[in-house]
Ligand binder design. Structure first.
Ligand code: NAD
Length: 494
């Protein structure tokens, strides 16, 4: 099955990259295969861009930043991004099929990856249009007499955007649209496993918007070197990156030579502290569900469940029941809530971590392997491990699979200490009948974001970022927009 379209809905995306306003294959014409994780079959090909292609794209973005009015013409940017939102809306069902084809995420849960990012384009267009780019900072006394100061927010320049595969269209848009609206020019390098969510976006920009040549470029590639070239190039002023902490470190190091501004959203190992007064029947089925939708391939997933010893067995039973009844299967079937892992490599990583947990003394409550009724496709059973040692590998490494670990605790202080016992600090959750008690615990968690009683911290209107080794800087909210702007202070006569 290498056709572009089949009766199951598999759909291949745009093969060409977008460089300097032209949709094009790499110079040698090389491509790489894109697999559909539910069938393990090749669904089509993407252009295998080279370091030379990346260099041309960066050159085009640099030229567009310096020689066009893009950085100065706010009304035109608003016009182009409004066009983009409309174009994405027109292409919505095509983008959804391409997303399911390359990620394998269930059709039932694609709303947050299709409808939400399209709405976010409109959000950023409006936010950018109404943003105050010039602020009067008042008159200040100086040794040379009074000076008025004005603060001018200006685009950073050429922004390199590097994205992962787990929520590709969402992150391609989240990383690039605020950057564009703020007046930057952009080079996007999508993940190897999900090139089409990037190349289709490029095609839509080229064919259906007035965004000028060079302002937005997309370079797909099967090689990590091409992303590395983007993060090291002196013509790039800023890197915005979402992905693993290991790659984040490499990007930070590559940008050090030119002191590149770097926005990093990295891995997580978040904890859910379930307090002894919590409504277990509200909190735990939801916790189990969140671990399985997207096959656990979510950076903000609270994958470590911390249960009070006084109600330990009760909590495990609820988690087990939800996981054992979770609808795993073909992502194209509307009732499916968990599809496959994105690749065999990822599945083997998940299974290896489960084995390491068992070797370290954890108790398998359910799952632990490949669903026997799903031999084709990279499926993994929803898996629950209890009695997990907080220092063991499975409690320390990001799993990125439908796996929950359970660790018992005695006091609230113990729970906070276990939650904070990680290099990561992306998100977290607290459940309690007493919201003030939960809030006090949330404030003690060394993490960028916390959900209390299922009320999500995540959304376009509020800043989102990681602490510790989960990241640097913010997406979303006004903080997220300002990341793509430099702050210039101008002193002048009163
Ligand atoms: P990854 O770090 O392997 O790859 C991400 C991107 O970096 C890809 O486009 C890849 O080609 C590129 N890349 C790889 N090596 C590079 C290098 N040396 N220089 C520059 N670019 C390079 O991550 P992944 O496996 O694609 O995605 C999963 C990870 O993403 C998980 O750790 C997850 O937690 C994280 N993630 C974080 C957030 C967040 O908001 N914090 C959101 C989604 C995913």
């Amino acid at each position: 099955m290498t056709t572009a379209e089949t009766e199951t809905g598999v759909l291949a995306g745009e093969q060409r990259m977008l460089i300097d306003g032209e949709l094009q294959l790499t110079s040698g014409g090389a491509t790489f295969d894109v697999l559909h994780p539910a069938s393990e079959q090749v669904a089509g090909q993407a252009s295998d861009g080279t370091i030379e292609d990346m260099a041309r794209a960066i050159g085009a973005a640099r030229r567009a930043f310096v020689t066009t009015d893009w950085s100065r013409d706010l009304d035109f940017r608003y016009h182009c991004l409004t066009q983009l939102a409309q174009a994405l809306e027109r292409n919505k069902e095509r983008l959804r099929r391409i997303l399911i084809t390359e990620v394998g995420c269930p059709v039932a849960v694609t709303g947050s990856q299709i409808e939400s990012p399209i709405a976010e384009v409109t959000h950023w267009a409006e936010h950018g249009k109404n943003f105050d780019y010039l602020i009067d900072n008042g008159v200040h006394d100086t040794p040379l007499g009074p000076a008025r100061r004005k603060i001018h927010y200006e685009p950073v320049g050429v922004v390199g955007a590097i994205t992962p595969w787990n929520v590709p269209l969402y992150l391609n848009i989240a990383e690039t649209v605020p950057a564009l609206m703020a007046g930057n020019t952009v080079v996007l390098k999508p993940a190897q496993l999900t090139p089409w969510s990037g190349s289709e976006y490029g095609r839509i920009v080229a064919d259906e918007t007035d965004i000028p040549a060079g302002v937005f470029n997309v370079v797909t590639s099967n090689a990590n070197d091409v992303g590395a070239a983007l993060s090291a190039d002196p013509r790039v002023d800023m890197i915005t990156f979402t992905g693993s902490t290991a790659t984040g470190r490499a990007i930070l190091a590559a940008g050090a030579a030119t002191v590149k501004k770097t926005l990093l959203e990295l891995g997580g190992k978040s904890a859910h502290i379930v307090l002894d007064d919590a409504d277990f029947n509200a909190a735990l089925p939801m916790a189990a569900m969140m671990a399985c939708v997207m096959s656990g391939q979510s950076c903000i997933l609270p994958s470590r469940i911390l249960l009070p010893r006084s109600r330990y067995d009760e909590g495990i039973e609820i988690l087990k029941t939800t996981m054992e009844n979770f609808p795993v299967g073909d992502p194209w079937t509307p009732g499916t809530m968990q599809g496959p892992q994105i690749s065999e490599t990822q599945r083997q990583k998940v299974l290896g971590l489960i084995r390491s947990g068992l070797d370290a003394g954890a108790r398998l409550i359910t799952g632990g392997g490949i669903p026997p009724d799903l031999p084709v496709g990279y499926y993994t059973q929803p898996t629950l491990l209890a009695d997990v040692d907080p220092d063991s590998l499975i409690a320390q490494e990001e799993i990125f699979g439908p796996v929950l670990t359970v660790t018992g605790y005695d006091t609230d202080d113990d729970a906070v200490a276990i939650a904070n016992n990680t290099i990561y600090g992306l998100s977290g959750e607290v459940s309690s009948a007493d919201v003030d008690r939960a809030f006090a615990i949330a404030c003690r968690m060394r993490t960028g974001n916390v959900t209390i009683n299922g009320k999500s911290h995540f959304g376009i209107g509020s800043p989102f970022g990681g602490t510790k080794q989960s990241g640097l800087g913010y997406r979303n909210g006004d903080e997220g927009y300002k990341e793509y702007l430099e702050t210039k202070t101008i002193g002048m006569p009163e």
